[in-house]
Design a protein around this ligand. Structure first.
Ligand SMILES: Cc1ncc(COP(=O)(O)O)c(C=O)c1O
Length: 334
């Protein structure tokens, strides 16, 4: 039995999720006729404490539409160097939205230093782009931004009359880790992008939540980006199933990641403190190629490198984790 630890996006929909998808009532969502999409959007908006929600095919498109709905051409987003919205979305905000990113170094806890944010806000002067938005990410690299930090960042945004967006691709990992309801955790943000296809285990889909007018702007942008779909209740049904069944169980992924981290540390490897479902382990450069081959030969799929990321998810259980630790031990205890 292969264990795939490359990402929490590799999960396959369960039988029960597939059944919910097969049985979903659907309609043409361009006409607003898909009852399952409508329900998912309402449920997500309510759970996160926002007026409205909008279903997207991917987190990348949801983030891009959010940034474009918040910012006009020539306006600026303050964002982390390591943020998905900046580093891993092919420059979409600049290419498609004519939005200027102002990247800042992420601190070791994943946050953006408040002083750095203050320092990056441009004065009202015709030399400069107009600073409009701050974007945070939670979790980021498996790390949870604290509630106190998020409250301070939101207060800064309010004080400086900026908007603030949360890339919450894994916001439920943060909520479960902190033991806080999602509406409390996201209170004060102007919008949140919530992925359903990461730890929550759907084949695709992200819901963007925010105020009604913002969501209507995002709807037009989604159309422009080619993300408006038809009988997509089949996917939305997976999202509803996931919100119902796959949130609380993220704690299991976190426990499995803790166990994996401890098991690898016991082999003498340096493991970063594990907070949620991601384990970062340092592998001596001279061992990388050998480890890669050893893992592949022992049915462990992982992205081997000098700093290796291993991600737990729905499709690996505690027994799989023990097996994976054993496979690493077979290499490092030779
Ligand atoms: C933090 C974060 N935001 C956004 C995305 C984009 O999601 P998608 O792959 O659905 O476009 C990802 C994808 O892994 C992510 O990790």
């Amino acid at each position: 039995m292969n264990s795939d630890l490359r990402s929490d996006t590799v999960t396959r929909p369960s039988e029960a999720m597939r059944r919910a998808m097969a049985e979903a009532p659907v309609g043409d969502d361009v006409f607003g006729d898909d009852p399952t999409v409508n329900r998912l959007q309402e449920v997500a908006a309510k759970r996160f404490g926002f007026e409205a929600g909008l279903f997207f095919p991917s987190g990348t498109q949801s983030n891009c539409a959010a940034l474009m709905a918040h910012c006009q051409r020539g306006e600026e987003v303050i964002v982390g160097q390591d943020a998905h919205t900046y580093k891993y979305e092919a420059g979409g905000m600049a290419v498609l939205g004519s939005i200027q990113p102002q990247p800042l170094t992420n601190q070791s806890d994943g946050s953006l230093a408040l002083g750095d944010i203050e320092g990056a806000i441009k004065p009202d002067d015709s030399h400069f782009a107009i600073t409009k938005l701050i974007t945070l990410e939670n979790t980021i690299g498996g790390k949870v931004l604290s509630r106190a930090y998020m409250a301070d960042a939101i207060a800064l945004a309010r004080r400086r009359k900026l908007l603030i967006h949360l890339d919450g691709a894994r916001v439920y990992n943060a909520a479960v880790k902190l033991g806080v309801a999602e509406d409390k955790l996201c209170e004060g943000f102007d919008s949140v992008s919530v992925c359903l296809s990461k730890g929550l285990g759907t084949p695709a889909g992200t819901v963007l939540v925010g105020g009604r007018e913002f969501i209507e702007r995002a709807r037009r942008i989604r159309k422009m980006l080619g993300g408006t779909m038809r009988q997509v209740g089949i996917l939305a049904a997976a999202g509803l199933y996931a919100l119902e069944h796959n949130v609380a169980r993220l704690a299991e992924d976190h426990a499995n990641a803790q166990r994996l981290g401890a098991g690898l540390a016991a082999l003498g490897l340096h493991v970063d403190p594990v907070q949620t479902n991601m384990v970062f382990v340092a592998v001596p450069q001279e061992s990388v190629e050998g480890l890669k081959a050893h893992l592949a030969a022992n049915q462990v799929t992982a992205l081997a490198g000098p700093k290796m990321r291993l991600v737990t998810h729905l499709d690996v259980n505690a027994a799989d984790i023990e097996r994976v630790i054993g496979v690493f031990a077979g290499f490092f205890r030779k």
